[in-house]
Design a protein around this ligand. Structure first.
Ligand code: SF4
Length: 382
């Protein structure tokens, strides 16, 4: 872990050469698309995918890229949903943060401090947040940090993350607050949505821990406060979500991410993902020059999922059947190889996967024979 990361700040060290290289990959004059915790959680869910690691690292707009490839992604919120979400968030943070503290179970917080976190640029905002966290911890009063900015180094590059809020309690405990617009009905919300929110919050917890490590008296709570509308109303309600498991899984997966420099170095000379300046054919060629690791889970997490799925299907890759099936099939990597092994035309009979496939095929054949047997017998009696 680098010293600069320990201070909670990104390394100023992302080399100029790498920055230039990533700029070339995005295209001249194209601003990098910032990674957020949701994207990081998705990246951590598929750490072996070089394609996503590179495109996210370079800040390429994957949704625009997917459209140019002819496989647009079904992601994104409507303008109405965004406005509704913003007005709900304002309601949650009303009354100088007291409403939020009530949701946290603190009825009489006394004075609540809401420091101004404005600063120039992401590095300035990250430094301002780190200072506010230190001051709040030293002051020993309730403090609400509204949209702080924290940094996490991912695959050798800094990523800036913006939780909805962080509450600092008088005992120096920092709690991440995640505000969502999906409803909590009778105290429970959709499990898959809660799971996604927990994975996203775990990324914030990891980033905050870097700053807490150099802040005297600070600890980061491994439970986050999830705030949602109550029973389809606009009234906020909250639930404490334990993210210990998601934190350790994300931490492990992010550490496994392949370094972006390594992937960029392996690209053919002149490769670019310039969505504005390249033809669809050029973009397809560029995307195909980076290996991917498609799995059906990509459909819920990555803008390029339809494109990668089509390529995986064309190649007859068994990955399209799911990670569990892929794992069971061992060295058989294509559907054709699986079928040939099952028919006894290829494959080592000693290979457990091959033996299981042949057994399964024999059982299927036996079942089919049995199903057709009664009519044959009936014919013989006549
Ligand atoms: S959809 Fe493609 S690029 Fe995205 S994570 Fe999956 S394999 Fe990687």
């Amino acid at each position: 872990m680098s010293a600069s990361l320990d201070s909670g700040l990104p390394r100023p060290s992302q080399t100029t050469t790498l920055r230039q290289r990533l700029g070339e990959l995005r295209g001249p004059g194209t601003a990098p698309r910032a990674l957020d915790a949701r994207a990081l959680a998705a990246l951590a869910a598929n750490p072996g995918c070089r394609r996503r690691a590179l495109l996210d690292g370079a800040g390429v707009d994957k949704a625009a890229l997917a459209s140019r490839l002819g496989s647009p992604a079904p992601f994104g919120q409507s303008q109405f949903a965004i406005m509704r979400g913003n007005s709900f968030e304002a309601k949650v943070k009303a009354d100088g943060g007291r409403e939020l503290l009530r949701l946290l179970g603190v009825e009489e917080p006394g004075a609540v401090s809401v420091p101004d976190l404005a600063a120039a640029g992401p590095q300035g905002r990250t430094a301002r947040t780190a200072l506010a966290l230190r001051e709040a911890t030293a002051a020993g009063t309730w403090t609400l940090l509204d949209h702080p900015l924290v940094a996490l180094e991912v695959a050798g590059s800094p990523v800036y993350l913006e939780p909805d809020a962080v509450v600092v309690s008088p005992d120096g405990r920092w709690t991440v607050v995640e505000i969502k617009s999906f409803p909590m009905i009778d105290g429970a919300a959709d499990a898959s949505k809660v799971g996604a929110a927990a994975r996203q919050s775990a990324v914030y917890v990891l980033a905050l821990e870097r700053t807490a490590a150099v802040t005297e008296g600070a600890t980061v709570a491994h439970s986050v406060l999830l705030v949602c509308p109550k029973d389809f109303s606009n009234v906020p309600t909250a639930s404490v979500v334990d993210v210990r498991k998601q934190r350790s899984v994300t931490r492990r997966q992010l550490a496994r991410l392949i370094r972006i420099e390594e992937i960029a170095d392996a690209l053919p000379e002149g490769t670019t993902f310039d969505v504005e300046g390249c033809s669809s054919a050029e973009l397809t060629e560029a995307v195909e020059s980076v290996p991917h690791a498609y799995a059906p889970e990509c459909l819920a997490a990555c803008e390029l999922a339809f494109h990668c799925r089509a390529r995986a299907r064309e190649a007859g890759a068994v990955e399209t059947l799911g990670r569990a099936v892929r794992g069971e099939l061992g060295g058989l990597t294509t559907v054709d190889a699986v079928l040939a092994a099952a028919r006894g035309e290829a494959g080592d009979p000693e290979d457990p996967a091959v033996a299981a496939l042949r057994r399964a095929r024999a059982m299927r054949q036996e079942a089919l024979d049995r199903a057709s047997a009664p009519s044959e017998e009936a014919g013989a009696c006549r």
